[in-house]
Design a protein around this ligand. Structure first.
Ligand code: TXE
Length: 481
């Protein structure tokens, strides 16, 4: 069975402790490869490699950095099919989704930042004829990048690309639950000629490798995507060390549907915003609020279409949902269905594990689940489930639905369906979230600020926001007379 390796100083290495973790294929519930169980010694090696590479990489002309990153992007595209299958095997998601979304987006992340740095300009502030200020933007040094399992390569590269584009060197840790495409990426980085030490990938557990990166005194910047609790732990360790922090955390996003929406478009998109990637996207709209006059119509139509969504072999083009990422995650999601019932919820469809035949019999499949009859304030409607489970709730007024929408500790994204432009603007400005999608979902322009408020995080990724984050501004003031 394949043993994944760390990527340190341009080489593929075994972990120093020679220990490995089982890596499961969630679609069949079986171990299919081994992940390095690295520790702080591997992180130290990676950090030293990054520190050694930094003086050269940080002054490498941006055109050259761009050229190498474009090559990496090209190689990902060339390996699209292989990467899509690998992502699906590791994560359980449909291959079709990985082929259409995850892997192309990973290539775009490199492409986007390879070209963004060519257009990035720092500021200058003139004080008429007294003085002129200009801002130098220099790379920070060694960046620590830690990413989750739901969109493995997509979110991993969303951090690494702006970090190395702006001249930093990186010590990165993908999720130990889905390490495979990060490993495959390290092979492509070697092929593309990325200088050794610029990117180092250390595999292993969060409490060992992630914690060692967070606490390392020579890593002054941490970019993290993952759970809100983990984000709080990282902030607790990193804040007293005055590290720069970007935290992209959980969500419990409202999907607000007004009676005047384009019903057909809304239903189609709501199926995706509820169940894409088995509902394991921090941007999924898991709380659906429907204006009362169309509640029954919505419920009948939505539930009937959800029941038709095929849960199955991720490689099958017909499968709309594959497996959830792990057995423990499946159990967690199903425990929320039990909780919803205890809280008075009625399960309109799903709510159970799906048992497939043959080699998939031990896989972790959950039927897409719709629940009604819950109070906006109950735990099911307040806590992040991160699976194929949505609740539906009627509302009467704009004020009421705003109160429902803004009631959670999270504030990542909101989805809004209405043809009334004035209302759309009014709602958008009153929703407590970093992103508002009106009459669409997951429509992404990589230049826009991406991130959340409240328990959904600190800071923004995307566009020049990320280049700001990965550089340190220094103002230079020159007196003219
Ligand atoms: O998160 P975890 P998971 C969130 C969403 C969801 C969670 C799922 O809330 O619940 O991510 O991802 C490492 N010090 N989003 O379960 O456990 C861990 O090894 C340092 C939000 O993977 O927080 C993994 O690499 N690192 C989102 C990473 O942190 C530690 C998009 C995330 O793990 C650590 C996607 C520690 N003490 C998911 N403990 C968004 N907002 O963009 C664990 N890790």
């Amino acid at each position: 069975m394949l043993k994944i390796k760390n990527y340190i100083n341009g080489e593929l290495l075994e972990p120093l402790g020679k220990e490995y973790i089982d890596n499961y294929n969630p679609s069949i519930g079986k171990v299919y490869s081994f992940i390095p169980d690295s520790d702080e010694r591997d992180v130290e090696l990676a950090t030293q490699a990054a520190l050694s590479a930094f003086p050269t990489w940080s002054v490498t002309p941006k055109e050259e950095r761009s050229r190498i990153m474009l090559k990496i992007s090209e190689l990902i595209e060339k390996n699209l099919e292989r990467f899509a299958i690998a992502e699906s095997t590791d994560n359980g998601k449909p291959v079709s989704l990985a082929r259409m979304v995850d892997i192309p987006r990973a290539a775009s992340n490199f492409h986007f930042y390879a070209t963004a740095i060519l257009h990035y300009a720092s500021e200058s502030h003139s004080m008429e004829d007294t003085a002129i200020n200009y801002t130098l933007r220099t790379p920070v040094g060694v960046a620590g990048c830690i990413s989750p399992w739901n969109l493995p390569l997509y979110l991993f590269t969303w951090k690494i690309a702006p970090a190395i584009a702006s001249g930093n060197c990186v010590v990165a840790k993908p999720s130990e639950i889905t390490p495979m495409t990060a490993y495959l990426l390290s092979e492509l980085c070697i092929e593309a000629g990325l200088p050794k030490g610029v990117l180092n990938i250390v595999h292993g557990y969060g409490h060992k490798v992630g914690a060692a990166i967070t606490a390392h005194p020579k890593i002054p910047l941490i970019s993290f995507t993952g759970g809100t609790k983990t984000g709080a732990e990282i902030a607790r360790v990193a804040a007293p060390m005055f590290k720069k922090l970007s935290l992209e955390l959980g969500g419990k996003n409202p999907n607000i549907i007004f009676a005047d929406c384009d019903f057909e478009k809304m239903i189609k998109t709501t199926l995706s915003s509820s169940f894409a990637n088995q509902g394991q996207i921090c941007l999924c709209g898991s709380r659906i609020f429907i204006e009362r006059s169309i509640y029954e119509k919505f419920k009948t139509e939505f539930v009937s279409r959800v029941k038709k969504m095929k849960v199955g072999n991720p490689a099958d083009a017909e499968s709309k949902l594959g497996a959830v990422v792990s057995k423990s995650h499946m159990e967690k999601v199903l425990s929320y269905v039990d909780l919803a019932k205890q809280e008075g919820g009625i399960v309109l469809c799903g709510g159970v594990q799906v048992k497939l035949d043959g080699e998939f019999a031990e896989g972790y499949y959950i039927a897409p689940t719709v629940i009604e009859g819950l109070d906006y304030n109950c735990r099911t409607n307040q806590e992040e489930i991160f699976g194929p489970v949505v609740t539906i709730t009627p509302f009467d007024t704009e004020e009421e639905v705003l109160m429902f929408a803004n009631s959670t500790q999270y504030g990542l994204a909101s989805i809004l369906w209405t043809e009334n432009l004035t209302r759309a603007h009014r709602m958008a400005s009153n929703l407590h979230s970093g992103i508002v999608w009106i009459n669409c979902w997951l429509l992404r322009d990589l230049r826009t600020p991406f991130g959340g408020v409240k328990g959904s995080g600190v800071g923004r990724e995307g566009g020049f926001e990320a280049l700001h984050f990965f550089t340190e501004p220094k103002n230079v003031c020159i007196k003219l007379k």
